[in-house]
Design a protein around this ligand. Sequence first.
Ligand SMILES: CC[C@H](C(=O)O)C(=O)SCCNC(=O)CCNC(=O)[C@H](O)C(C)(C)COP(=O)(O)OP(=O)(O)OC[C@H]1O[C@@H](n2cnc3c(N)ncnc32)[C@H](O)[C@@H]1OP(=O)(O)O
Ligand SMILES: [Co+2]
Length: 143
Amino acid sequence: MFTNIEHIGIAVRDLAASSELFATLLNRESYKSEEVASEGVLTAFFLVNQTKIELLAATRPDSAIATFIEKRGEGTHHIAFEVDDIVAEMARLKEAGFTLLNEVPKRGADNKLVCFVHPKTANGVLVELCQEMKRVQGSTSKV
Ligand SMILES: CC[C@H](C(=O)O)C(=O)SCCNC(=O)CCNC(=O)[C@H](O)C(C)(C)COP(=O)(O)OP(=O)(O)OC[C@H]1O[C@@H](n2cnc3c(N)ncnc32)[C@H](O)[C@@H]1OP(=O)(O)O
Ligand SMILES: [Co+2]
């Protein structure tokens, strides 16, 4: 089930400058910055009540964020929804005809397992599914 808008992803060229801008805009500091090497991104997160803003800068020229900014400039990149069972939701969406961009959940930022839905099958919106990874005895285990 989709339970919450987990975050809104915003593609930026300069993470430090954009973090300063969003800290002023939101009147709060970013609560964490995290690199996701597999995606070639460096992120900064802000919390606004239960929803987060995820600023994303490219760490590699071949990352999805670099390609996005090259083609479309900076701006809103994706909407991430929190789900309670990412495997079940992926199967449901696939069955419903959505194109998934990864066949199995992959490790995202902020201790999540994630999956992306192709924007061409979601009304032009890049959708991300996120499920919190459970911690077992201090280590992170898959769901
Ligand atoms: C996981 C870490 C972190 C987290 O929250 O945990 C992240 O969120 S990482 C975020 C960055 N990673 C990703 O976005 C992975 C999924 N994205 C992709 O696989 C690609 O970006 C893809 C397939 C969406 C687009 O690939 P590419 O840009 O190479 O293809 P095209 O330029 O040909 O685009 C195809 C078609 O889609 C439209 N498009 C592309 N990006 C977006 C977007 N962000 N929102 C909406 N639409 C998008 C693009 O305009 C093309 O449409 P067309 O009508 O043909 O022009
Ligand atoms: Co995201």
